[in-house]
Design a protein around this ligand. Structure first.
Ligand code: GLC
Ligand code: CA
Length: 537
């Protein structure tokens, strides 16, 4: 029997999320593309990451940056061709890097041929592929968003997100009206089969799995997610049999359900669903901050955060999923404003990475976060981005025009490049051994060298107290034990650890040297302001 429920390659996996339109433009048309990613594989490999998640790159009218697919079997011409995708899969794989695509199973674009056929008044093959009410005069359905008057068909359609993203029909958990079909009706079953066909197509071409968009949204009126979970368990069983090395990652944000019940290999810590993640680094301190004990994130220079806010949430999900799948801490993603670096010093960012890269699960780094790229606020919305747009700007490679992203005239770029004189770039950080980029590389390398730091190495809280610092935890696996300590505050932090915490003399693997000293029977741990350490014990 396999030790873990997840493929072995996930053990030391570190993922890198690439927003393809903003990574590297290989042909000078102002927009990033697949060959651009291919040309940057040396850089990607140099980070030490071994898996990529590409945001959607399928044919689309791009009203929501590609989350509105019009052909699931075709790479969007602006990104290249299916052959380019295959080249990228193969070349990345040769370097030990797996490529995952973004699967949008819940909705298509209104431009998709299936939806156009479904809009027609006469019955056809696609009539039941989308969720339609039985009358064009239906304005409202409780708990769902309805679009009326769009088609000649006498019905209104249900949309999952923006109006142009009609919901594919996976059926209703508890149908209450005739137009609400059960999950085993012919339409929903055809859609489910098609979903499998799409995955098979790309897996056979060489991709290694999918990040699944809005994975929990498929079956309607599925309040406890039972039917949606059953659908994904079916897909997982099929993966285990046919593609045992490939993985499914849900955009769900509730690992207890997504991993524990729906059978996903992994799920993300998403700010809208996991308050514990928000409490780590994404809180905004409002005007009443001084009187509000919950106003500050844990990674706060003032040391005013509380690690228990994170742990209460995280440990609940961790205990429910340990041995089954991985919780993925993310530095950010294409939906999150601000990026990780909002007014943080390099030392603060390094400490956050030290924490992220020593925790269990599979960490995700959003492109540019490894050099400390910043969000560009105030940009006009691009392709349905709204406030997300500023976290999607071009990767900053060098001091060349357009930060080396593209040779197109600046005004023709997909999005403008950060104009700040002190914007971080890969080139500048490459040549500085103390740069964030090189620290991130070193921490990734450390993670990969130590089984205890890998995805399923045991995790144990050693010291975590409300209003106190540092936060100390232990990771162990195969007889190796590692202690990690972090102090996000500017003031020093110390704690006395009981004798049994360490078995021998600690070795510093990273960070503050000499932080641990014998005191009586136990060990005294002292960390200067904004610092941390990783110790073999
Ligand atoms: C997910 C994507 C987001 C997209 C939405 C609709 O949340 O991450 O970018 O707009 O789904 O597909
Ligand atoms: Ca291009």
């Amino acid at each position: 029997m396999k030790k873990n429920a997840t493929p072995a390659w996930l053990e030391d996996a570190v993922f890198y999320e690439i927003y393809p339109q903003s990574f590297y433009d290989s042909n000078g048309d102002g927009i990033g593309d697949l060959l651009g990613i291919l040309q940057k594989l040396d850089y990607i490999q140099s980070l030490g990451v071994n898996a990529l998640w590409l945001n959607p790159c399928f044919e689309s009218p791009f009203q929501d940056a590609g989350y509105d697919v019009s052909d699931y079997y075709k790479i969007a011409p602006r990104y290249g061709t299916n052959e380019d995708a295959k080249r990228l899969f193969d070349e990345a794989r040769r370097r030990g890097i797996r490529v995952l695509l973004d699967l949008v199973p819940g909705h298509t674009s209104i431009e998709h041929a299936w939806f156009k056929a479904s809009c027609l008044p006469g019955r056809n093959e696609y009539t039941d592929w989308f969720v339609w009410t039985d009358s064009g005069w239906k304005w409202e359905v409780p708990g769902m968003r309805v679009v009326s008057g769009y088609a000649d068909r006498d019905g209104s359609y249900i949309t999952n997100f923006f109006y142009f993203q009609p919901a594919l029909n996976y059926g209703f958990a508890h149908p209450e009206e005739a137009w609400q079909q059960p999950v085993d009706a012919p339409g929903p079953q055809r859609v489910r089969q098609e979903l499998r066909n799409i995955m098979k197509f790309w897996l056979d071409l060489g991709c290694s799995g999918f990040r699944v968009d809005m994975a929990g949204s498929l079956v309607k009126k599925d309040w406890r997610s039972r039917e949606t979970a059953a659908l994904w368990r079916e897909m997982r069983a099929w993966f285990d049999k046919e593609y045992p090395d490939a993985v499914l990652i849900s955009e769900w944000g509730y690992p207890t359900t997504s991993i524990g019940e729906a059978g996903f290999h992994m799920d993300f810590t998403l700010p809208f669903a996991m308050p514990g993640y928000t409490s780590l680094l994404r809180k905004d301190s409002g005007p009443d901050a001084a009187r509000d004990p919950y106003a500050f994130p844990f990674f706060d220079r003032g040391g005013r955060g509380n690690i228990l806010e994170f742990l209460d949430d995280y440990l609940f999900h961790y205990r429910n999923t340990v041995g089954k799948g991985l919780i993925c801490l993310i530095t950010g993603n294409h939906d999150i404003n601000p990026r990780l670096n909002r007014g943080r010093t390099p030392a603060e960012l390094e400490l956050i990475y030290l924490f992220f890269l020593t925790m269990p699960g599979a960490p995700f780094i959003y492109y540019g976060d490894e050099i400390g790229m910043r969000t560009l606020n105030g940009l006009p919305s691009k392709e349905g981005g709204f406030n997300r747009t500023g976290s999607r700007t071009p990767m900053q490679w060098s001091q060349d025009p357009n930060a080396g992203f593209s040779s197109a005239p600046a005004e023709e770029l997909y999005l403008p490049v950060d104009p700040a004189a002190d914007r971080p770039t890969v080139a500048a950080e490459e040549s500085d051994p103390a740069s964030l980029l090189n620290r991130v590389r070193a921490l990734i390398a450390l993670r990969k060298q130590h089984p205890a730091l890998c995805a399923t190495g045991e995790f144990e809280v050693v010291y975590a107290e409300s209003g106190r610092l540092p936060f100390v935890f232990k990771r162990s696996q195969d007889g190796e034990s590692i202690l990690v300590a972090v102090n996000p505050a500017e003031r020093p932090a110390e704690v006395l650890l009981p004798a049994g915490t360490l078995s021998g003399t600690p070795q510093t693997l990273y960070g503050v040297v000499g932080a641990l000293a014998r005191q009586g029977e136990g060990w005294k741990l002292v960390l200067p302001g904004v610092s941390g350490g990783v110790y073999s014990i």
